[in-house]
Design a protein around this ligand. Structure first.
Ligand code: AHR
Length: 307
């Protein structure tokens, strides 16, 4: 019944497979590894051919990767911008080549919103606010000063800028909260440890560490233990992400609270890409749903935690 046309049917046939170029930030954290896996697996599931590159946390590498995707005439480009600024030129090149772009995970600060179709990812300001709110609740009965040290994410990145701002907005309402030191740990465990070691030497009294991701918090825990102090008790710790290692440290009492940031953006990204390429209208901003975890909640969630 209409099967015997004898033409090139079968295994997907002609050129209808969508080709996506994805320019990833790097492999700096457990979050990033889970994010990469989510994108690779969901591309395969959606039947999308994925060209993937790792920029090793360098903007120039990401720009090179995007240019090469333009040259290769991929159908769609998606990327997680390592920093917020400096994208207009390359995004205009993609626009001129009529290749749609989707931002995933991190934002750009370009005022021209026509340079990309949509931005899929977390509300990082809200994540910072949640971390700040935990602190406000934790110290609600105390009038003493609370000395905070902050490990910031990659300088100039959306999550570092936004988490800092959201946190400051909430704690800023009460002058007892003081940020005694704040420096970048580049979202890595090694840098988190190194900077925390310096904080422990330079800052006589540290009550709280706010780390912009779990990995830096985990590095800092090593530094704190190395200095003979007890993480989670002598120094309270709040972090963002909720990857498995972070959740384990939370369940073990070494971290006090984690604000979730979901790396599982792959399925939504593939879905949005198909819609964009089919000419359908998509929302300009798609915000990821996420929660928070106390130590007790981490114990319960850990056995099911996939990443
Ligand atoms: O952009 C998301 C952030 O980047 C994650 O919180 C962090 O772990 C990652 O490196």
């Amino acid at each position: 019944d209409g099967a015997a046309t004898g033409s090139s049917a079968g295994a997907g046939g002609g050129n209808d497979k969508i080709v996506m170029g994805f320019a990833q930030v790097g492999a700096e954290s457990g979050w990033r590894t889970a994010n990469t896996k989510s994108i690779q697996e969901s591309a395969a599931q959606a039947g999308i051919e994925l060209k993937f590159s790792d920029a090793q946390q360098k903007q120039e590498n990401q720009i090179k990767a995007i240019r090469s995707y333009i040259q290769q005439k991929v159908d769609i480009i998606a990327f997680s911008p390592v920093v917020e600024s400096g994208w207009d030129t390359v995004l205009k090149e993609a626009q001129r080549a009529k290749i749609p772009v989707i931002l995933t995970d991190r934002a750009v600060d370009s005022p021209d919103k026509s340079l990309y179709k949509t931005f899929l990812g977390s509300d990082f300001v809200e994540e910072g606010r949640k971390a700040g709110q935990w602190l406000v609740d934790e110290y609600k009965d105390s009038k003493d000063p609370v000395n905070i040290v902050e490990l910031q994410g990659t300088t100039g990145s959306a999550p570092a800028n936004d988490r800092k701002a959201g946190f400051q907005e909430v704690i800023g309402a009460d002058p007892k909260f003081k940020i005694a030191a704040s420096q970048t740990g580049d979202f890595t465990r090694a840098k988190g440890k190194e900077v925390m070691e310096a904080f422990l030497k330079s800052t006589p009294k540290i009550d709280v560490l706010f780390a912009h991701n779990d990995d830096m918090g985990l590095g800092a825990i090593e530094a704190i233990e190395g200095a003979g102090k007890v993480p989670g008790k002598d120094i309270k710790i709040v972090t963002i992400d909720a990857v498995k290692d972070g959740m384990q440290a939370l369940a073990d009492g070494k971290i006090n609270y984690i604000v979730e940031c979901s790396p599982l953006l792959g399925p939504q990204l593939m879905d949005l890409s198909k819609k964009v390429l089919a000419g359908e209208q998509v929302e300009p901003r798609v915000v990821t749903e996420e929660t928070t975890f106390t130590q007790e909640q981490a114990k319960q969630a850990l056995p099911e935690r996939k990443y």
